[in-house]
Write a protein that binds this ligand. Structure first.
Ligand SMILES: Nc1ncnc2c1ncn2[C@@H]1O[C@H](COP(=O)(O)OP(=O)(O)OP(=O)(O)O)[C@@H](O)[C@H]1O
Length: 233
């Protein structure tokens, strides 16, 4: 079992600048931002303030023009093409607004996806990744075998969200990036989903960067960060 050093840093953003188009005014200009191992941070800020762009930069989905982003000690800006994709699936779990599930595959197959593409995630998912996937789904409130084996597209929005969360969590990635994953849920479902997500992150030891402009959700996080305080763009 891997020992979690709670004092260690899982994410370091250093003198970052990002503009969507070369030569345009940057939408991100962040001097410094960090997350410790296992830390759960709520990142808030008004619409258009760059929250999703920051997550895309951290995930290596967009290439920053200046500065560095280190995830688990690796400068993601230095990774190219396939190496960047491999690094992402090894170290980062993503939960986006639209979930990005493979619609015709079952809930279980979707959860197991990172283990198919990443040896690290597979090894960290225990002797039988399928059992880990079923445990995660169960913990997140999806235990009915009929639902677990149903194609993702036949599930409700709330159920799909739980599948997306289990997929992000399997194989204990260092960092979970969640971008407004509760936006399609009603108030009660939002709170319970968030509680489950925080609890699961704590139990597997993944750090969580949770983005939302819904301030009613910020309780219970280790830290609340307003992007307008760190983004000088
Ligand atoms: N794919 C894109 N191409 C060009 N500009 C973009 C793109 N995505 C976002 N932007 C611009 O970048 C800025 C920051 O947008 P971003 O989506 O990061 O904000 P946000 O804080 O996540 O907003 P919201 O809370 O509404 O999701 C906005 O001015 C937006 O128009």
């Amino acid at each position: 079992m891997e020992v979690i050093d709670s004092g260690a840093t899982v994410l370091t953003v250093n003198k970052l600048e990002y503009a969507w188009k070369k030569g345009e005014v940057p939408v991100l200009r962040i001097d410094a931002l960090g997350l410790s191992t296992g830390e759960r941070v709520f990142l808030r800020g008004p619409s258009g303030s760059g929250k999703s762009t920051l997550l895309a930069a951290i995930a290596g989905v967009v290439d920053v023009q200046r500065g560095g982003i280190e995830v688990a000690g690796t400068d993601v800006g230095q990774l190219k093409g396939g190496a960047k994709d491999r690094f992402r699936v090894d170290h980062v779990g993503l939960i986006f607004q639209m979930f990005n599930l493979i619609p015709w595959q079952s809930a279980l197959e979707n959860v197991l996806m990172p283990c198919r593409f990443s040896r690290r995630r597979r090894e960290r998912a225990g002797a039988d990744p399928k059992l880990s996937a079923l445990r995660l789904l169960d913990d997140l409130g999806l235990s009915d075998p009929a639902l677990v084996s149903a194609p993702a597209m036949s599930l409700s929005v709330g159920q799909q969200q739980r599948v997306a969360a289990a997929r992000a969590l399997i194989g204990t990635p260092d960092l979970i990036l969640a971008d407004e994953p509760t936006s399609a849920l009603d108030e009660d479902a939002k709170i319970s989903f968030l509680e489950l997500l925080k609890r699961e992150c704590a139990s597997v030891g993944s750090a969580l960067l949770f983005v939302s402009h819904d301030r009613s959700l910020e309780r219970g996080f280790d830290r609340v960060l307003d992007i307008t305080e760190v983004n000088k763009a």
